[in-house]
Design a protein around this ligand. Structure first.
Ligand SMILES: C[S@@+](CC[C@H](N)C(=O)[O-])C[C@H]1O[C@@H](n2cnc3c(N)ncnc32)[C@H](O)[C@@H]1O
Length: 229
């Protein structure tokens, strides 16, 4: 799936993937069940393919440093506008990096990197301890998921934890995105470089009218904890 596809989606306002509320798994595993608030300042959460996710705002206000990467300048502009803050801007040959300072946002620092995830380097992600992958891996078709997982393995240091949320359904019932990603595929993509723990799986179709209307007969949401080996 080319970046033009996503640029067009943002230009046309076709952003049905955007959640207005906080992701419940993030709230649970990084809030209630997460590290104590005084331990969070040493943690930095990477949000790949971040869109204008308000999860980043919550992470920052909860004391975590955040770095997101997103190809669409519209998404970044919207995030900044909705967050109501001003930002610093710096360019290199690959990306434009926006920084929302802690003092301004009343939370920990948020860095938004506008550009292609596949152009990131390990140096760009220095200090990252955690990853939140919601609607990112599953936004990509199969061949690009393989590249994405390989790139992610190369970017992350040993010990980095990742909270990965996937959807699984019969791919012949609907075209993606979001694409169906099975447990077998997660094991194939990440098994060599990550310890994989499946945390939960549940059928969410009864709460998803849009996907019922599109003809799905089952929609399993699965949450994994991956740890870079
Ligand atoms: C399905 S959306 C999910 C956004 C976000 N994770 C959320 O939960 O709202 C996928 C996002 O990835 C962005 N994207 C797709 N491919 C990308 C790439 N190679 N580099 C950076 N961003 C990308 C798209 O513009 C889009 O905003």
């Amino acid at each position: 799936m080319e970046l033009d596809f996503w640029h067009n989606r943002w230009q046309k306002g076709e952003t049905g993937f955007h959640q207005t509320g906080l992701n419940p798994y993030l709230a649970y595993f990084y809030g209630e069940k997460g590290p104590e608030p005084d331990k969070r300042s040493s943690l930095k959460v990477f949000v790949p393919l971040c869109g204008k996710s308000m999860d980043m705002q919550w992470l920052s206000k909860s004391g975590y440093a955040v770095i997101g990467v997103e190809c669409s300048p519209i998404a970044i502009k919207d995030f900044v506008k909705e967050y109501g803050v001003s930002i610093d801007e710096a360019k290199n040959d690959r990306h434009v990096k926006y920084t929302i300072n802690g003092e301004i946002s009343d939370g920990a620092c948020i860095e938004l990197v506008q550009g292609d995830f596949f152009d990131l380097t390990e140096a760009d992600l220095e200090g990252v301890t955690d990853v939140f992958d919601r609607a990112s891996l599953i936004a990509l078709p199969e061949a690009i998921r393989k590249r994405y997982a390989e790139k992610m393995s190369g970017l992350l240091a040993t010990g980095v934890r990742s909270l990965l949320v996937t959807l699984t359904y019969s791919q012949h019932e609907m075209d993606g995105p979001p694409f169906s990603v099975t447990e077998d595929e997660v094991n194939t993509l990440y098994g060599d470089n990550f310890k994989i723990e499946k945390i939960l799986a549940k059928d969410i179709l009864s709460n998803e009218q849009k996907f019922q209307e599109l003809g799905l007969t089952s929609l399993i949401e699965t949450v994994y904890k991956l740890t870079r080996l």
